[in-house]
Write a protein of this length. Structure first.
Length: 323
């Protein structure tokens, strides 16, 4: 029986993406830039030591890069008079830490000019930033190339927003070849970092358009958040994991199990059997080593999403500008 053309194209695309991800390897720069990881770690450490809050910001930047056109450094590109880049999309306007990537790239270029992609640098910086605040350490296979396309509209529609329900989240992750378990594990990154009040205003004050709050949230938590965030407050920040937002631990799951997840997407983890089981398992007993191991595995998978390798893309001289 003949295979329909559309199905065949999809199969070939999946094979191509898998082949690309498999071409990444740990020792990719062994000959061309043997000191790469030392340079990246040392430069990243100079920033994290004085501003540890950059760690979750850089982790988030890596996630936002990989979910749009794959892990190709496209989130780093500046807009031009002819193009509105991913950076300008609403979900990316609160990204921080670009100065860290620029500093690391400059340090790497001094030792290994024109050899290391910005996409690889971002993946390494995100890992090292988290590790430097005593979070998990995971292997980062290398060999990514930088993309030449960065479009704000793509970012707006491909990044899963904080108001997605479980069905939407699962579909969004599946589109990137990530499983339901990857979804709940990577959501655990919300154990560190902060968010702006503007990201939860509607959940607190106008959930269904009738001036109400999200009924799935603990009402005591709603009251506490309202004391921090007024309906018009767009600038104040709140911890995603109250009392533990600077420690990479499994406490996030305890918060979610108590219906105190900050975003709708956090609360949505309780509505799916697989994600809920993981939340309950990690909220009722000390399973930190299990979570950290799971997180490391999921980060390796995420870092391989739709990568460009070989002769595809380019090696950018400056991360914010296409060659």
């Amino acid at each position: 029986m003949a295979i329909p053309k559309l199905v065949l194209v999809c199969i070939l695309l999946l094979v191509f993406r898998h082949a690309n991800s498999q071409s990444l390897k740990a020792n990719f720069y062994r000959r061309t830039c043997p000191s790469l990881e030392t340079i990246v770690n040392a430069t990243t450490a100079t920033f994290i030591s004085s501003a540890p809050s950059l760690a979750p910001a850089l982790l988030r930047m890596h996630f936002h890069d990989c979910f749009v056109r794959g892990c190709d450094g496209s989130v780093l590109i500046n807009s031009t008079s002819n193009n509105t880049a991913e950076k300008a999309a609403i979900p990316n306007q609160s990204l921080r830490g670009f100065q860290v990537i620029d500093a690391v790239k400059s340090a790497v270029e001094r030792q290994c000019p024109g050899r290391v992609s910005c996409a690889d640098i971002l993946a390494l910086v995100a890992r090292d930033a988290v590790s430097l605040i005593n979070g998990p350490f995971w292997p980062v296979p290398l060999g990514r190339r930088d993309g030449r396309v960065s479009n704000s509209t793509e970012a707006l529609f491909q990044l899963p927003p904080p108001f997605f329900n479980s069905t939407q989240l699962i579909a969004s992750f599946a589109a990137k070849n990530l499983t339901v378990k990857d979804l709940v594990v990577l959501s655990g990154s919300h154990t560190i970092g902060v968010a702006h009040c503007s990201s939860i205003t509607s959940r607190l004050y106008n959930f269904t358009g009738r001036g109400d709050s999200d009924p799935s949230m603990d009402p005591n938590y709603v009251a506490a958040l309202k004391r921090r965030c007024s309906p018009t407050d767009a600038n104040s920040i709140i911890q995603m994991d109250p009392g533990s937002s600077q420690v990479f631990d499994e406490d996030y799951y305890s918060i979610v199990s108590k219906r105190r997840g900050l975003f709708q997407s956090d609360g949505a983890l309780l509505t799916n059997s697989v994600t809920n089981a993981y939340v309950q398992q990690h909220s009722t007993s000390s399973r930190l080593s299990s979570f950290l191991n799971d997180f490391s595995k999921s980060m390796v998978k995420m870092g391989k999403i739709e990568v460009l390798t070989g002769s595809a893309g380019e090696i950018r001289r400056v991360c914010s500008v296409i060659n």
